[in-house]
Design a protein around this ligand. Sequence first.
Ligand code: CP
Length: 332
Amino acid sequence: MNRFLDLADLTREEVVDLLALAQRLQDHPEPRALAGRILGLLFFNPSLRTLSSMQAGMARLGGSSFVITPGNGTWKLETRLGAIMNGDAAEHVREGIPVLASYCDALGIRAFADGRDLQADLAEANFSALADLCPKPLINLESAVNHPCQALADWKTMDDLAVPRQGKFVLSWVNHPRALPLAVPAATLHMAAHRGMEVVVLRPEGYALPRPLMDKARAAAAASGGSVTETSQREQALAGAQVIYAKEWGSPQHYGDATADAALRKKLSDWMVRDSWLERADPACRFMHCLPVRRNVAVADEVLDGPRSVVRREAYNRMVVQMAVLHRLLAH
Ligand code: CP
């Protein structure tokens, strides 16, 4: 493995194998496995979990890391091709990324969606351009429509908790003060389908995920024996659910139009997960969210603090699975 950019690049068996390595590293630490290796981390956007878990995971394997957050103590980086650089960006990624890559053995990049042009974001235009500049092993730390590290951690979390492979997995839209990117819903949807689950996307009108994301998940489901459906009927969707995975995202119908999106979501304040949502779910139903989460906007305290919530385990597993990814990329 030379790059970890999309869980879809791995067969189901390869994911299972990678998760077995994660479990092995969790049970039998290898504190010298990556001694002398260096990981570079380039964050164009904020993070709590991804940044700290990548650094902690690298350190636990005996390696080290450095972090660049452009514009915060380092030069602001221009990403646009052909830009006339007379603004506040002092350096272009065309120099910056190869230079950073020359200092390390692998690079992780977080670059969220541009959020203006849906087709360009669905095509991962920005991240692909950055990836093309990196000659070293590369990890996607969240791009426009993908977050493979989160997806892998969530898969492991379900395995840890013995959530049946073919269990009912409901990915539900929840409210947020503003439109958020499609990366986590896209990656989560695909992950659950790839695992072989009965996936239901529950979302209000106006928040249907773009067809290419649904098609990708349906292709994964076809290969794994799972299924993918979508609905706006909450009661029906949640009945018998073994996992409720809440996520906020912007309306693809109003992509890049914050005003129209805000008008639509203003009427959707009841799209907040409460205990009542779990009444008809499977008795063993787990509640998942990638974090960060807005308490009492997206998810009520009673759910996040309740016995079904596994959000902290998901966050812990970020470190564990990323150690497996780093091991695969760098331990030779
Ligand atoms: N879930 C996740 O990626 O968290 P951060 O944005 O804090 O890294």
